[in-house]
Design a protein around this ligand. Structure first.
Ligand code: G3I
Length: 400
């Protein structure tokens, strides 16, 4: 009897081990499958997109790296729109004539589609991160205007065509307006402008994009559009595009802002002016650096002493100022909900912002330059801190 009982127990133990082994095996298989198919991240909490569901989609700029791990969970919880930060730009996606790097851009599109997140395309024509090969003809001479526009067309048909129906809005032309104070010099003297001897490339880019994806909303995207001189230039350009029947739906205001810039008056003026033309606005690249330009060293101070002054970092005072600036901006955005069709943040959290490598945002104004500093000076510009936790500014934006 005792022997029988032991045998039964052994058999039960054997069955149990087999069951456990099978369960473990299927879990391992599941995990492997998960790595391959990456199932949707579970949504557990109310996020920015939910607070703003009666206003506009809330987006974020992403890279391939943010599609995995904690960033991806945060993105799915908080946002219902994404913009590829770099992966659809001309240089990265189309590095030479017959070569397209679709991998990263496809991964972002797949992620967004799987999570029912809208996608803004960024961008189809820019002077920065450009595809340098486009400006040279096959014999190494500067390219002709005709060939350049043909290449632009091929590029736009390939990229906007590939994501047709998935990307609902494109930044068609980026930052084509000149930064100087001379209001008669409206356009940036880029390769595009110089080779075309004017702005035909802008008009052409919009027409090609409209042909490639007639349902996509088409935007002109720029920074500092709230500053009076640039506002005036932007207005002039938009009037011309409209007079020429260019298929443009709206303006992307990048919103790389500072604690004291823009003022509410400047922001309202810019919104009023753009929307008076019957155009929509998307806030496309929002962040608010805590860095303010340093006052020049007082007379008698050795530059070396000024340079070694310790960086106070993200002080409570700066945090309060940033919170107030975010609150001001979103109060106005909500008032303009008829015209503002999305608000997108540029990067996910203060853990990593493009501004950190650019003096916290003080190098060369608000815009991108090719230069980066080796020293990191953090800008703390977003609604989530370095541990991806919601900041005071977050609560100021959602409590209304
Ligand atoms: O991918 C290369 C990598 O291969 C190389 O090893 C590394 C070394 O520096 O550089 C990597 O490229 C960097 C790229 O970001 C991807 O990380 C470039 O150097 C760097 O200049 C580039 O910066 C981007 C910048 O545009 C370029 O102008 C920023 O991430 C991106 O946030 C920024 O985005 C722009 C918008 O498109 C337009 N509006 C302004 C905004 C901020 O500048």
């Amino acid at each position: 009897m005792k022997f029988l009982a032991i045998t039964k127990r052994k058999r039960r133990m054997g069955l149990l081990s087999l069951t456990i082994a099978l369960v473990v095996l299927s879990l391992v298989q599941c995990a492997t499958k998960h790595q391959v198919t990456s199932p949707p991240v579970a949504v557990t909490d109310k996020g920015l997109k939910d607070y703003y569901k009666d206003y506009f989609p809330i987006g974020v700029a992403v890279s391939g790296a943010s599609l995995h791990g904690p960033d991806s969970a945060l993105i799915v919880r908080e946002f219902n729109s994404v913009t590829p930060e770099n992966d659809m730009k001309m240089g990265p996606i189309h590095p030479s004539e017959n070569v397209y790097n679709w991998k990263n851009a496809d991964a972002i599109v797949d992620f967004a589609v799987r999570h029912h997140i809208k996608i803004r395309g960024h961008n189809l024509c820019w002077h920065n991160q450009e595809a340098a090969w486009m400006f040279k003809s096959p014999n190494g001479e500067p390219v002709s205007k005709e060939l350049l526009l043909q290449r632009l067309k091929d590029h736009i048909f390939a990229v906007a065509g590939r994501y047709k129906g998935k990307i609902y809005a494109w930044d068609v032309v980026n930052e084509a307006i000149d930064d100087g104070d001379d209001t008669t010099q409206i356009y940036r003297k880029s390769n595009w402008y110089n080779i075309c001897n004017g702005i035909d490339f802008i008009e052409a880019a919009f027409r090609y994009a409209h042909k490639a994806d007639p349902n996509a909303k088409l935007y002109y995207n720029d920074y500092n559009s709230e500053h009076p001189v640039k506002r005036e230039k932007t207005y002039k350009m938009l009037k011309k595009l409209i007079a020429d029947h260019v298929p443009i739906d709206g303006v992307g205001m990048q919103a790389h802002w500072k604690l004291n810039d823009p003022s509410p008056e400047e922001l309202r003026k810019a919104l009023d002016e753009i929307t008076s033309l019957g155009l929509k606005v998307q806030i496309t690249e929002m962040d608010i650096t805590i860095r303010l330009p340093k006052p020049p060293p007082s007379p008698g101070t050795m530059p070396s002493v000024a340079a070694t002054t310790p960086d106070p970092g993200y002080t409570p005072e700066l945090e309060d100022k940033q919170t107030a600036q975010y609150k001001m901006a979103f109060d106005i955005f909500r008032q303009y909900k008829k015209f503002i069709t999305s608000v997108t943040f540029w990067n996910v959290s203060d853990r990593s912002s493009w501004l950190d490598m650019r003096g916290g945002g003080l190098m060369g104004g608000a815009a991108a330059g090719a230069n980066t500093l080796r020293m990191v000076r953090k800008a703390y510009p977003l609604l989530f801190d370095e541990n991806r936790q919601r900041k005071k500014a977050y609560w100021a934006v959602v409590n209304f």
